[in-house]
Design a protein around this ligand. Sequence first.
Ligand SMILES: Cc1cc2nc3c(=O)[nH]c(=O)nc-3n(C[C@H](O)[C@H](O)[C@H](O)COP(=O)(O)OP(=O)(O)OC[C@H]3O[C@@H](n4cnc5c(N)ncnc54)[C@H](O)[C@@H]3O)c2cc1C
Length: 406
Amino acid sequence: MSLSRIVIIGAGQAGANAILELRTQGYEGSITLIGDEPHLPYERPPLSKEVILAPDSARVEILSAEKLAALQVNLITGNGATRIDPEARLIELENGDTLDYDKLLIATGGAPRRLPMLDRLEQGVYTLRNLEDARKLITVFAPEKRIVLVGGGVIGLELASSALAKGCRVTVLEQESMVMKRCAPALLGEYLVGRHRAQGIDVRLSARITRAELQGEEIHLALDDGQTLVADAVVYGIGILPNVQPATTAGLEVEGAILVDEHCQSSHPDIYAAGDVAAQRRQGLDRPLRIESWENANNQAAIFARHVLGLAPPAVRAPWFWTDQLGINIQFVGDMAAARWHLRGDLQPGTDSAFALIGVTEGIVVAGITVNQPREMRNLRRMVDNRLCFQAEQHLDLARDLRKTA
Ligand SMILES: Cc1cc2nc3c(=O)[nH]c(=O)nc-3n(C[C@H](O)[C@H](O)[C@H](O)COP(=O)(O)OP(=O)(O)OC[C@H]3O[C@@H](n4cnc5c(N)ncnc54)[C@H](O)[C@@H]3O)c2cc1C
């Protein structure tokens, strides 16, 4: 089959990067990018940080209108895909229009997991996934406002940090016994709880809301320990659900996310999926892996582009992501479920410090975390990618340069 029509559903991180990779690799056929938002493709990491703190200078755009024109992309905005017919290779849009494709990439991301108990209040309750959500928070986070963040994951803690910087009185409620439990070891979680508390954020662990009610302009949250919190606004971030709706209409294999192979190819050979919406089967893993990160969206977009063009895939590297909170830059690489974590440097609870954590499983370096040491991340990445044997005397001794051991 000749390849002359590529369609991408989802004008976000993976969608935009698929276009860049297709053109960089010499694809000259048509590209149509379908977005359900009214915007040009933009990045989400600044939404919880710069967009709230410095809305006038924050830059989110991935592809400008000029760039899209230069790349000869047919962009459709504010008109999502509703149905895919894989046999006819046809996509239907919200307004009833249809489009043909030879190869299709689904990069529809995810939507916030909902908490009906809070949604029911219909006032003063927010989530954060897109630009409009972030713009609302610019005014919600006003000085002295009582803000409760429900969920002590990456987004909850980044928002707590932004709310604090804007002069709010901030509480974080986490139902688990530690923050960021899903993506970081307890040692890092404890450090972060210490930092947030030292800055005046009331972090409550193992805390569950049993009742939420609106009393005038205030939101009253009853907790399972018998206490009641009063808030001017509640923002919750308890994870996302992948936007699989168009994929299900195509009859693709979907288990919460679109299942893809190592080429990002779905159960139908003409349809691929990338980014937050895709769960990838990988060699050596017993179940498909879904990664919610900026880098993973870019990587999978490149894997898709190269595969449809018949090119070799990019090198597989250990997953990497970052978070910025309270002025602390934290970067993560590899398997956060490492069996043991070793500290390199000086971790002083409650104070700003720079250190690294090295994750080891069966004697092999499988993960690394840097805290305020972005340069060290390059060395840790290499150690993880090369599956180095862990050697405490070399790797934990600050007098020894990790560059030389990596
Ligand atoms: C607030 C926030 C902060 C983050 N911070 C970081 C960070 O610091 N570091 C990090 O590594 N990662 C971070 N992430 C995660 C990262 O942004 C995501 O993993 C990444 O955006 C995923 O890219 P994607 O292309 O899969 O999805 P998205 O970028 O979400 O793009 C999907 C697009 O598809 C659209 N869409 C959905 N359904 C349809 C449809 N039927 N038809 C057409 N379009 C549709 C969506 O509206 C959206 O525009 C953050 C995410 C958020 C929300």
